[in-house]
Design a protein around this ligand. Structure first.
Ligand SMILES: [Zn+2]
Length: 155
């Protein structure tokens, strides 16, 4: 693993240690742009399905105007180390950043792998979009007549 990937793990670890101090925030993620900028985020736990740290970090990068992302890692609180992304995050990463590398593995064997390696035989959303012709508009809209809403011709 490259030094800049190790630095990304350190960045996420620092955010996890500093900001993940309750059950509401238990993971921190860090992303890196090709020009070396790093953005981070923590998960927002909620029983309705709060966002994972990876998604929050992607949003933070987007908020700052970052375009492409080249690497991401998530780290758990309480010294749990690198945590692999959940299935939903893997799909989001693949669809938004098909060439991103994800740092995974045990502490003594961390490696940066292409996101596609984490989703073999995956569904690629953009590959399955079909051009649907627009519904022709006639310019005549059949307005429904609601009783009592119009004056009749006899009035
Ligand atoms: Zn996730």
């Amino acid at each position: 693993m490259r030094d800049i990937d190790r630095a990304l793990v350190q960045a996420a670890t620092a955010v996890a240690k500093l900001r993940c101090r309750s059950d509401n925030h238990t993971l921190a993620a860090a992303v890196r742009t090709p020009d070396g900028r790093v953005f981070s985020g923590v998960n927002v736990y909620h029983f309705t399905g709060g966002p994972c740290a990876e998604v929050v970090a992607i949003g933070a990068a987007a908020t700052a105007g970052a375009g492409e992302l080249e690497a991401i890692v998530a780290v758990g609180d309480r010294g749990r180390g690198v945590i692999p992304p959940c299935g939903r995050c893997r799909q989001v990463l693949l669809d938004y950043f098909p060439s991103i590398k994800v740092i995974v593995g045990p502490p003594d064997g961390l490696r940066a792998v292409p996101v596609a390696d984490l989703l073999p035989e995956t569904y690629v959303w953009s590959d399955h979009q079909v051009e649907v012709p627009a519904v022709p508009r006639t310019g005549v809209w059949p307005m429904p007549v609601v009783p009592g809403s119009r004056q009749s011709a006899e009035d």
